[in-house]
Design a protein around this ligand. Structure first.
Ligand code: V4E
Length: 225
């Protein structure tokens, strides 16, 4: 199975002392790591306004974009309350595919002249060709846990701009079963004793709110965030 085009299903939560205690009791800490994220968009934010998130993490390019077909899930009308708290994004890590998708989103804006042939690894001229600049740059310390529930990972993130957030995450291979991922997340949330039915802001929400308030307001207005 190729995980190059998987779907990431995740639920964010605010971690308090009780949840942390439960997590340490029922989970296994599988490590702590630190990474820097740099997010890119053009100056008019055409990617993020289409809920498309291009980032470089640990030197690797990643694209998160809305999911479309080939994903099995209950129709949203019958989704549970817990499922409504979960985000689902397609996650792409193959650079040519990322470039193709970004170009496709921006095609009405930046024309369609260049070809990628002959471009060497590490050549980042595609960024300037598409007028992409870094709009967010921060570092996260992440502690990860696994549970006996297969395929579920829990991350506790501490961003360098002073925001802490947890997430329960399941990666579903292409055309995989998002419904069972939602159920795994719901079971895990129950085990951790998560309460509350409020959407919890991710790191990017808080970063944009502080550093690009006008763009943040626009993303809210257009229901991207
Ligand atoms: C803002 C955003 C995206 C950028 C990545 O955000 P996030 O998943 O919070 O980052 P991170 O570091 O946890 O990534 P991971 O290591 O899990 O890959 S992708 C989609 N969005 C929009 C969005 C939204 N509308 N609502 C929620 C709750 N989260 C993200």
């Amino acid at each position: 199975v190729s995980f190059q085009m998987s779907v990431e299903v995740e639920r964010k939560f605010l971690c308090n002392a009780d949840i942390l205690k439960t997590l340490e009791e029922i989970g296994v800490c599988v490590g702590q790591r630190q990474f820097r994220d740099q997010y890119f968009d053009n100056p008019s934010f055409d990617l993020t306004l289409r809920d498309t998130w291009l980032r470089k993490r640990k030197g690797c390019w990643e694209l998160k974009c809305p999911i479309t077909a080939n994903v099995t899930e209950e129709p949203s009308g019958v989704q549970s309350e817990g499922a409504a708290l979960c985000s689902r994004y397609r996650e792409i890590t193959n650079l040519p595919e990322i470039q193709r998708r970004v170009k496709d989103v921006l095609k009405d804006i930046c024309g369609d002249g260049e070809t990628d042939a002959g471009r060497s690894q590490g050549d980042e001229s595609w960024l300037s060709e598409m007028n992409l600049v870094c709009f967010a740059d921060f570092t996260t310390v992440r502690q990860s846990f696994t549970l006996e529930e297969k395929g579920v990972q829990i991350d506790l993130d501490q961003a360098d701009f002073g925001y802490h957030v947890g997430e329960i995450e399941v990666l579903v291979p292409e055309a995989g079963d998002v419904q069972s991922a939602l159920e795994k997340i719901e079971r895990t949330a129950g085990k951790l004793g998560l309460t509350g039915d409020q959407q919890v802001d991710g790191k990017m929400h808080v970063y944009l709110q502080r550093n690009h308030p006008e763009h943040y307001a626009r993303l809210l207005r257009e229901h991207v965030l």
